[in-house]
Design a protein around this ligand. Structure first.
Ligand code: GLC
Length: 547
């Protein structure tokens, strides 16, 4: 494979292994299933999606209290997903197709069944006691401080351990005790985990809740936030409200300055290998703080996921201001990453459905995601416009309401959607009969065809892969337009976020040539008037500017 900054130029596709492809009919996706579907992702021809890398959510041995984000062994494969041999085969097959493999690293916490925690909780003087965060009750017997779990249903972030008479910290469920990153042995142990996978040929890591690893070592209270009953619901709106309220206070349970020391250490481990990358899950809704996770641009994360971008409402001005502001905040050598979906948030086609046409908007979103300056991350299923699955109350399995976005990948119109011949662990979405890979593969008007065209076009365009970005400010309300340029190549991207037609006189030449469009009836190569440019409702265009 070609060397160099593949993570700057490529498109990265997220696979949630439980839900992608089940090779053995037990209803849960697995590694062999992923291997069997690699040709969909990239077979070297424009008939495939053409992604450059996959990021795999955790497949490590786990009691699955948080579906794999509770790791009981960092260097193995859970039998439900297969074996280490299956993993090696997946990496070899992916690399043979030019697809890089990024794995999830979960350094903030382990499973409560991890041998480290079993030792740590066994007695107060166990040598691993200090690998986790243990603290005494306050004089009145209450937990050490007021920190709460990121999952409202889990309540406070502390659980009392009867055997040793202290509380342990868990930023998520009680089955996910937080590691103590002030302890040098923890740092050393995680280096070894990284080396294990790097030596096995993985190309990088997605670092889970990176902003949580360092917190106030004095364990002082967070300032109080007033949360209402409704804020504690498991809906997307409630989550957004909660986050906005939490954002408004300086917190002591995350984003502590020493996190940057930890990240510099991660980076130096990675830099001991060729061509590897780390992307952080930095769930801070503050662009300035987020930008700090890039360090100097050379010494912390290569990329950091931008949740400010991800959580914007469907408004042109909202996206433009996040992109523009973030670009000015990043250090010179740093490179943005953009993502519109993952396994924790309602899917694009459903999330933007309110007050408009979700499928039409998902097309505009696809053009934006794949033409901005930065590395695009595509969540599995978004390439076909898959919607959130409907989960009846008796099938709910996640503690935080995230089952809908994890419903099985829709490969074909068969009862198991081509995902499984067995009984899928989550119900298949009701639209699977029509919204699926097989139905879209040969349809030039499909979402899949749009994604394929965008991704393959991007590969051949220096302007899109690495060129400059400048947003246009004289656009009408509801329109987000920007220029991407490299040398002589000048592309205008114009996106209509409204359900109304828009007109806009673009400065410069009176005409351009169409390269890509949300509307499949438009033909590439056609002249496009720019004085004015006319955008249909929910329309997105990429136009080459000539002369
Ligand atoms: C991250 C993961 C999420 C998980 C949490 C705890 O936010 O994306 O799925 O529940 O970390 O590990």
């Amino acid at each position: 494979m070609a060397k160099g900054d593949w993570w700057r130029h490529g498109v990265i596709y997220q696979i949630y292994p439980r839900s992608f492809a089940d090779s053995n009919g037990d209803g849960v996706g697995d590694l062999a299933g992923i291997t069997a579907r690699l040709d969909h992702l990239n077979d070297g021809t424009p008939a495939s999606l053409g992604v450059d890398a996959i990021w795999l959510s955790p497949f490590y041995p786990s009691p699955m209290a948080d579906f794999g984000y509770d790791v009981a062994d960092y260097t193995g494969v859970d039998p439900i997903f297969g074996t280490l041999d299956d993993f090696d085969r997946l990496v070899a097959e992916a690399h043979a197709r030019g697809i890089r493999v990024v794995v999830d690293l979960v350094p903030n916490h382990t499973s409560d069944r991890h041998p480290w925690f079993l030792e740590s909780r066994s007695s107060r003087d166990n040598p691993k006691r200090d690998w986790y965060v243990w603290a005494d009750s306050r004089p009145d017997g209450s937990p050490p401080n007021n920190w709460v779990s990121a999952f409202p249903r889990a309540g406070r972030a502390w659980t009392f351990d009867e055997a040793t008479g202290q509380w342990y910290l868990h930023s998520f469920t009680p089955e996910q005790p937080d590691l103590n990153w002030w302890n040098p042995e923890v740092r050393e142990a995680m280096d070894q985990v990284m080396r294990f996978w790097l030596d096995r040929g993985v190309d990088g890591f997605r670092v889970d809740v990176a902003h949580k690893m360092a917190r106030d070592p004095e364990l002082l209270d967070n300032p109080l936030v007033e949360l209402d009953e409704e804020d504690l619901e498991t809906t997307q709106e409630a989550r957004d409200r909660r986050l906005a309220k939490l954002k408004s206070i300086p917190r002591r349970d995350e984003d502590w300055p020493e996190v940057h020391e930890i990240l510099r250490r991660f980076r130096s481990t990675l830099d001991g290998y060729d061509d590897r990358m780390a992307v952080g899950e930095v769930y801070l809704l503050d662009l300035e703080r987020l930008a700090r996770y890039y360090g100097s641009g050379q010494d912390e994360f290569h990329l950091a996921h931008n949740f400010v971008f991800l959580t914007q409402p469907w408004k042109a001005e909202a996206f433009r201001s996040v992109v523009d502001e973030f670009n000015t905040l990043l250090p010179a050598d740093a490179w943005p990453a953009w993502m519109l979906g993952d396994h924790d948030i309602s899917r694009v086609a459903s999330r933007y459905d309110e007050g408009g046409d979700g499928q039409a908007r998902a097309r505009v979103a696809a053009i934006m995601l794949l033409t901005l300056r930065g590395t695009p991350f595509v969540y599995m299923g978004d390439e076909i416009g898959q919607a959130d699955g409907e989960i009846p109350p008796d099938r709910v399995v996640d503690v935080d309401g995230r089952d809908p976005e994890r419903s099985p990948m829709q490969w074909d119109g068969s009862p198991g959607a081509g995902f499984s011949t067995g009984d899928p662990w989550l119900p298949v979405g009701s639209q699977a009969g029509t919204v699926n890979v097989a139905a879209q593969r040969d349809d030039p008007a499909s979402m899949l065809s749009l994604f394929r065209r965008l991704i393959w076009y991007r590969k051949g365009s220096a302007a899109l892969r690495g060129g400059d970005y400048r947003s246009l400010t004289d656009t009408p309300g509801g329109c987000y337009a920007y220029l991407r340029t490299a040398g002589d190549e000048r592309l205008l991207v114009a996106l209509n976020f409204t359900g109304q037609p828009l007109e806009y006189r673009v400065e410069g030449p009176a005409r351009g040539r169409l390269e890509l469009a949300t509307d499949p009836a438009r033909s590439p190569g056609d002249p496009v008037d720019l004085h004015p440019l006319r955008l249909a409702p929910d329309e997105g265009l990429v136009v080459r500017l000539e002369g």
